[in-house]
Ligand binder design. Structure first.
Ligand code: COA
Length: 332
């Protein structure tokens, strides 16, 4: 039986807050439009610290909360789609800076679904008994990749990190993971290879085929309407499938933690699934969409508020670029 227990959570958000009024000083937008269309009032921006700095802060907080020593961590899984380096992996930087001298480490990139995929992976590593304590850290510094002349996308995203220490639990868990690569260009960020000095390289015609915006293709590109529709459907499907697998009904779940993309996406899915809104945690007003960091940040906040209790059954659901989606049900 696959089971997990989250024994510690932690989070970090940068000090600098960019509220909707700040956006109205750089773009043709305003607080009323942004809040009514997204539910977001402000998001944090890591102005001068790299992604790994945030990841390390969140990881240290989760380890302190768990009460274990960093040397007892056997594996670090880092979820990110905005690393500071192609290599080494973010997880290796975390391993070094937290002193997890006995841990293996690798990264998972499935954008906003990263924490769900990492938690599912962790549960499978915990199965065979070789790995006892796994640190999952999801951390995103999205600001360098957003186009701050694009009022549709840049207003949505924020920087931050969340982490969880996970051990094998004695209650079953279930997961549903999905990827739909077909409409991948609904949300993408191309690697900038324009500085290559290899004389043999020509224009990257395979990649240029699907890039529809001439300028700034190294910034995040998003088809807002397509992603919105995908997100509502994906949240619906993932929750329905994971409940089916768990042989549970929606009333059996004590708490739903969705990816925090847009309040309207969450509201639409919650309505069509028939979930009681009071069981659905939403914190995007102050964070915006921090991609893979949304769900573990929510876990850390809920835990700090004393709202996660032993025996609770929790459903987490993520969706994002790829396009990927997934949900996990576990009992704490
Ligand atoms: N401020 C003011 N006006 C804005 C604006 C902003 N920040 N962004 C877009 N607009 C304008 C558009 O230019 C358009 O104007 P027009 O009618 O004159 O052309 C109008 O508002 C409507 O734009 P539209 O794209 O239809 O808005 P929308 O209601 O679909 O909301 C999003 C746009 C991006 C908020 C919404 O599509 C969304 O949330 N999509 C999902 C994005 C997401 O979650 N991505 C991450 C997934 S993990």
């Amino acid at each position: 039986m696959r089971g997990i227990k989250i024994i510690g959570t932690g989070m970090y958000v940068p000090e600098t807050a960019a509220d909707n009024n700040w956006f109205s000083t750089i773009l043709d937008t305003n607080d009323e439009w942004i809040y009514s269309r997204t539910g977001i009032r402000e998001r944090r921006i890591s102005t001068d610290k790299p992604n790994y700095y945030m990841a390390v802060q969140a990881a240290n907080a989760a380890i302190a909360d768990s009460g274990i020593d960093p040397a007892e961590i056997d594996l670090i899984l880092a979820a990110t789609c905005s690393p500071d380096f192609f290599y080494p992996a973010l997880s290796c930087l975390v391993q070094h800076y937290i002193g997890a001298v006995n841990a293996a480490a690798f990264d998972i990139n499935s954008a906003c679904t990263g924490f769900i995929n990492a938690l599912d992976t962790a549960s499978r590593f915990l199965e065979d008994g070789d790995y006892r304590n796994i640190l999952i850290v999801a951390s995103e510094r999205l600001a360098p990749h957003c186009d701050y002349t694009d009022r549709t996308a840049s207003i949505l995203f924020g920087d931050g990190a969340g982490a969880a220490v996970v051990t094998k639990g004695d209650k079953p868990m279930w997961s549903y993971l999905s990827a739909k690569g077909d409409p991948f260009n609904a949300l993408y960020c191309k690697v900038d290879q324009s500085r290559s000095n290899c004389p043999l390289l020509k224009e990257d015609s395979e990649v240029s085929k699907f890039i529809d915006t001439e300028a700034k293709t190294h910034f995040m590109q998003m088809n807002g309407k397509a992603v919105y529709k995908f997100a509502v459907d994906a949240m619906n499907t993932a929750v329905t499938k994971v409940l089916e697998r768990a042989k549970l009904i929606k009333e059996n779940i004590d708490l739903y933690i969705p990816h925090q993309a847009n309040a309207r996406i969450i509201e639409a899915a919650v309505k069509s699934l028939g979930l009681p809104p009071e069981k659905v945690y939403v914190n995007l007003e102050n964070h915006g969409n921090t991609s893979s960091a949304c769900i573990p940040t929510a876990l850390a906040e809920l835990s700090q508020q004393g709202r996660i209790k032993d025996g609770m059954t929790i459903c987490m659901v993520g969706f994002g670029a790829g396009l990927t989606s997934g949900a996990i049900v576990y009992s704490q």
